[in-house]
Design a binder for this molecule. Structure first.
Ligand code: GLN
Length: 440
């Protein structure tokens, strides 16, 4: 097992900025190294959720996911950079450092678990915990050329997770080794009395399930870049060669998932952010001579980034009396229709399959020209499975003409992670994964 010393970790981080906080002690030999997205609380290690408003917050406890990884022999070496509170697709909406793509330092890692995907790609024998609300595990996994899984909603305890959208957030795993998905979801899964949304759940199976058939939604192969389309087509041919039936289907609800998601996610986020007022966590250096609401406002104006402010406005609007039936209640109805669509298709197929992202990792200068809406739209392939709460996984399936990784996303029925683990393990034997050349 490759293990890294403190100075090496620091030097690598200096190039890629995958970590915000890092271990301050020499990591011990013999324990496996892992990192965790910075919205998971880590005892004594700074936890900011990518936000300046939380700078200096050192939690008094570990999130259940981190606690279970440590109990299984893991050593937490770093907290990974991310979009502020998970609000983004490229990790460029961070109030702190922005991670760089291991295949091209001028490009983004994806988001919002960008630092986790970066760490999983760069460090050998490393597993990183990510969190997905609308695709934040699969998107960066695809941009950085690693495997990434978001399990069924309720499979892994959210205790100690800094909430973005409580009904959507799922903790999962990113790694360059397919077998790590089964192993570490297994370590973290299970009901937790401290999180009422964690479920009494069917056991995670540990047998190998051969993939029989996949459904490719017509709606999932629209709007792709040429390279993504070509890589995806050859992956389908490869799957057929492996004995998998590939069938094209219609899933008309998918195109409504993205607008519904941004209503639901911002509605939940805007209430979650109400607690950050400069009194309890992180930054508390405000002007105490102000009236309390002026103090809160000055504080939030100063330390929240633009995207957090945009989402507070959007989410407050969609929940307002007079608008909530039109937006929030409608979005809940759409969510139900999307779930029904998956259930219908998954009754006849083992998984639904489409590319993970419509393009490969963009350059930072191109991202800076994108509007908020452009970046929201980039998520149309990852969002549907997230609002359905179904487990989903991105596996590397090719490289574009610049050598940038391309991923495809499998979605299985609720609680059926077993089929996803098996697909990843079978695919790993057939697909030649490229490791980035690591500079330090
Ligand atoms: N890009 C999506 C968003 O900005 C998803 C992010 C996430 O899953 N945290 O909401």
């Amino acid at each position: 097992m490759r293990s890294y010393g403190l100075s090496e970790i620091r030097a690598i981080n200096g190039k890629y900025s995958m970590f915000h906080a890092m271990t301050e002690e020499e990591p011990s030999e013999g324990r496996f190294h892992f990192s965790a997205k910075d919205n998971l609380t880590s005892k004594g290690m700074e936890t900011c959720s990518g936000s300046r408003i939380l700078e200096g917050y050192r939690p008094a406890f570990d999130a259940t996911s981190i606690e279970r990884m440590k109990a299984a022999g893991g050593e937490l070496i770093g907290k990974t950079n991310m979009d502020e509170f998970g609000f983004g697709t490229f990790s460029t909406n961070s109030g702190l450092e922005v991670p760089r793509n291991p295949f091209d330092l001028e490009r983004a890692c994806g988001g919002s678990s960008g630092g986790s995907a970066c760490a999983a790609a760069v460090f050998e024998d490393h597993v990183s915990l990510g969190v997905s609300t609308g695709g934040s595990i699969c998107c960066p996994a695809s941009f950085c050329g690693v495997y990434g899984i978001a399990p069924t909603y309720g499979r892994v305890s959210r205790y100690g997770l800094i909430d973005y959208g409580n009904s959507l957030d799922k903790i999962g795993v990113l790694s360059s080794k397919a077998t790590d998905l089964r192993k570490y979801i297994g370590v973290m899964a299970g009901k937790d009395e401290r999180d009422p949304t964690s479920c009494a759940q069917p056991e995670l199976g540990d047998s190998h399930v051969k993939l029989g058939s996949v459904a490719v939604p017509m709606e999932g192969v629209e709007g792709l870049s040429k390279d993504v389309e070509a890589a995806f087509r050859s992956a389908l041919v490869e799957l057929e060669r492996m004995g998998v039936d590939v069938e094209y289907v219609n899933m008309p609800s998918l195109k409504y998932a993205m607008p519904a998601y941004y209503v639901l996610a911002t509605s939940e986020a805007s209430t979650n952010l109400a607690r950050y007022v400069g009194m309890r966590y992180g930054q508390q250096e405000g002007d105490l001579s102000l009236k309390f609401d002026d103090y809160f406002t000055s504080f939030r104006s100063e330390y929240f980034g633009d995207e957090a402010k945009r989402r507070i406005l959007l989410g407050t609007f969609t929940r307002m009396v007079g608008f909530r039936d039109r937006y929030y209640a409608k979005a809940l109805q759409v969510r139900k229709v999307v779930i029904d669509d998956y259930k219908r298709v998954l009754a006849d197929h083992d998984a639904v399959l489409a590319p993970t992202m419509p393009f490969t990792a963009p350059r930072f200068d191109d991202i800076s020209k994108m509007s908020a809406l452009d970046s929201y739209k980039a998520d149309y392939l990852t969002i549907p499975a997230n609002i359905a709460g179904t487990p989903h996984m991105s596996v590397p399936c090719g490289y574009d003409s610049d050598g940038m990784p391309i991923g495809m996303q499998f979605v299985a029925d609720h609680w059926n992670e077993e089929v996803l683990f098996s697909i990843a393990e079978d695919w790993e034997r057939e697909f030649e994964l490229r490791r980035p050349e690591v500079v330090a």
